[in-house]
Design a protein around this ligand. Structure first.
Ligand SMILES: Nc1ncnc2c1ncn2[C@@H]1O[C@H](COP(=O)(O)OP(=O)(O)OP(=O)(O)O)[C@@H](O)[C@H]1O
Ligand SMILES: [Mg+2]
Length: 589
């Protein structure tokens, strides 16, 4: 994120993406320069034309010269069209490649990254920034090079007419370049700020849309509206600063060429009067200066675009450079016939930003789940239960110690394989905008109707058959809204349908009523005889589902045994169980 890196090294980072597009981009630059060369040659013909008028040239040469001007004009237009055609298609490919890579990277990044990065920032990087890079590649870069070359050639032409006139033009150009160069430093910072603020604004919109119910329920719609208005005002003032910087540069770029023309007009007339310059050459000089005008003026804008692109590229690589700490092993092992033995060995873990000192959140978890055994995990809120479950599928990575599946360290397995052996369901059930079927079979190898029905049966999700289109009904954000309990049951069905060797459930039944929960539990019991299960429990009834209970306290498993044993031996266990909230009608055994 440093601003100390030079512009060029950052821009060059686009090379690996642009490799395929480079040949056509180079051809595009060549076409652009050719177009400029043609444009610059027209004044030369004009000079011949005017000089032949004054030196009584034949009507035929006149005709052919006029025709030549016309042909050159046509050629210029064709070359401009050719440039556009050359650069447009390949560059769209660059944009989509970058977007795909960014998306893949986002999938690969650990959840700790997503905790840190607001979604709006990622959204603006995936859309706005990449659009900007595309525009720069197809338009900014090509024209910046072509226009710079045009100016150099043009200056040489001007000097060839008259060194005095050429010198005037050159002397006036120098402050323009210096100004453009200075502009570079100021503009880069503001460009970045405005892109960041746009990202924050997108986050604000996203958050308030997601939290619309809460905001409305608490009558705090104006709170988020104010927050948005403030963000929008910030962005506006940054954009205004940006615009005034550009305006400043443009003032230079417009005013100075005007002055140059006036000066050279004066000098030119004197030179013609002295006979040092032909009228034709003077006209050609001004025609050439006119051709050079747009390239000169546009340099400021193209520089601005280049700096915007630099910022966008930097923001792209801010994400791409994030280290992926959780990686697949180079030569992963495989478990062909998983037994479902899960063992935590002296597992330590701490969140990077957590201030528990050197102690850490989990500090030496030892726990063995035998194949087919179901273990309930309980502990006070914030004791690290959810964290412990996330370690089993490497959503988080242990700081030290290890977790072994059938005696193999889970870090020796590819994550995709690991996640076929261990399936999770969370309290916060996320459904995707897809059919019930696709949501449930998301992680399943067996995608038959029978597998679907079985999973729905276990999760007591029979309600889906009453939906308008049964299991093909679209649900999730863009589809039918489901209740919290319905969503939880589908999430549970999803975990069950994956037919994993190990099920990890983080309080997946919290939103169910007692009767439904009892039904789910009795169905789960059948599954759990074959499947190893680690179940985070917030309710006595869930505890009773398990063969044994593990009590998490101060980062360690302080008690492990049957519910009855622990009730007898552990004070803390009795305390935690009594604080679990029984539902009305539920009895603590
Ligand atoms: N992404 C995170 N980054 C930093 N700290 C976190 C993160 N997630 C959780 N924590 C902290 O880690 C501790 C344990 O959280 P965890 O969610 O594992 O608790 P839990 O036992 O599941 O609690 P609950 O019973 O309320 O679900 C808490 O103090 C929490 O603030
Ligand atoms: Mg939790």
């Amino acid at each position: 994120m440093s601003n100390t890196t030079g512009t060029l090294p950052i821009l060059l980072r686009i090379l690996p993406y642009a490799r395929k597009a480079i040949p056509r981009l180079i051809l595009g630059v060549v076409a652009a320069i050719s177009a400029a060369a043609v444009a610059l040659s027209i004044p030369q013909v004009l000079r011949e034309l005017i000089n032949s008028l004054s030196t009584s040239g034949t009507i035929e040469t006149l005709h052919s010269l006029v025709l030549l001007v016309f042909a050159l004009g046509l050629l210029e237009v064709l070359l401009v069209l050719l440039r556009r055609w050359l650069v447009l298609t390949p560059v769209t490919g660059v944009e989509s490649d970058m977007r795909t890579n960014l998306y893949r990277k986002l999938q690969d990044l650990p959840i700790s990254f997503h905790d840190r990065w607001p979604s709006g920032q990622l959204l603006s990087r995936a859309t706005q920034d990449l659009g900007l890079i595309r525009r720069w590649l197809s338009f900014g870069l090509v024209l910046l090079i072509a226009n710079a070359v045009t100016i150099v050639i043009g200056l040489m032409v001007l000097f060839s007419f008259s060194w005095i006139l050429g010198l005037i033009f050159f002397v006036v150009s120098v402050p323009i370049w210096i100004k453009g160069f200075r502009f570079e430093s100021g503009y880069g910072k503001i460009a970045r700020q405005s892109q960041d603020q746009a990202g924050d604004l997108a986050t604000a919109v996203e958050e308030s849309v997601h939290g619309i119910r809460v905001l409305k329920a608490f009558g705090r719609g104006d709170f988020s509206a104010e927050k948005f208005a403030r963000g929008a005002a910030d962005l506006r003032s940054t954009e205004l600063k940006k615009a005034s910087l550009i305006a400043n540069v443009w003032a230079y770029l417009l005013f100075l060429p005007e002055t140059a023309l006036a000066l050279s007009m004066f000098a030119g007339v004197l030179l013609v009067a002295e006979g040092a310059l032909t009228v034709g050459a003077l006209v050609a000089f001004f025609a050439t200066a006119t051709v050079l005008r747009w390239p000169t003026e546009s340099i400021g804008f193209l520089l601005a675009l280049t700096l915007d692109a630099k910022t966008a590229i930097q923001r792209h690589f801010d994400v791409m450079d994030e280290p992926i700490l959780i990686q697949d092993p180079i030569s992963p092992e495989t478990i062909t016939n998983p037994q479902g033995k899960l063992e935590f060995k002296d597992v330590h873990f701490n969140y990077p930003d957590q201030t528990l000192g050197s102690k850490g959140l989990l500090r030496g978890i030892d726990l063995l789940l035998n194949p087919g055994e179901s273990v309930a995990l309980i502990g006070v809120t914030g004791s690290g239960k959810t964290t412990l479950t996330a370690l089993t599928t490497r959503l988080l990575e242990v700081s030290s110690g290890s977790i072994e599946l059938d005696g193999i360290d889970i870090r020796m397995l590819s994550r995709s394989e690991l996640r076929t052996h261990i399936a999770m369901a969370f309290e916060d059930a996320t459904l995707f905008s897809a059919s019930v079927r696709d949501n449930v079979l998301l992680g399943a190898l067996d995608t038959s109707d029978q597998a679907l029905e079985e999973a729905l049966e276990i999760a007591q999700a029979g309600f889906v058959y009453d939906l308008p289109e049964g299991v093909d009904t679209k649900i999730g954000e863009e589809g039918l809204s489901l209740s919290g309990g319905q969503r939880q049951r589908l999430a549970l069905a999803r975990a069950v349908a994956a037919k994993p060797a190990i099920l990890v459930l983080d309080d997946p039944l919290s939103a169910l009523d007692v009767d439904t929960e009892a039904l789910v539990e009795s169905a789960l019991r059948k599954v759990l005889t074959k499947t190893t299960a680690l179940i985070v429990a917030h309710r006595p009834s869930t505890v009773q589902l398990a063969d044994r209970v593990a009590l998490l306290q101060d980062g360690k498993i302080v008690a492990f045994g049957t519910h009855a044993q622990l009730l007898q031996t552990s004070d803390h266990y009795r305390y935690v169980v009594s604080s679990l909230e029984p539902k009305p009608g539920e009895v603590i055994a």
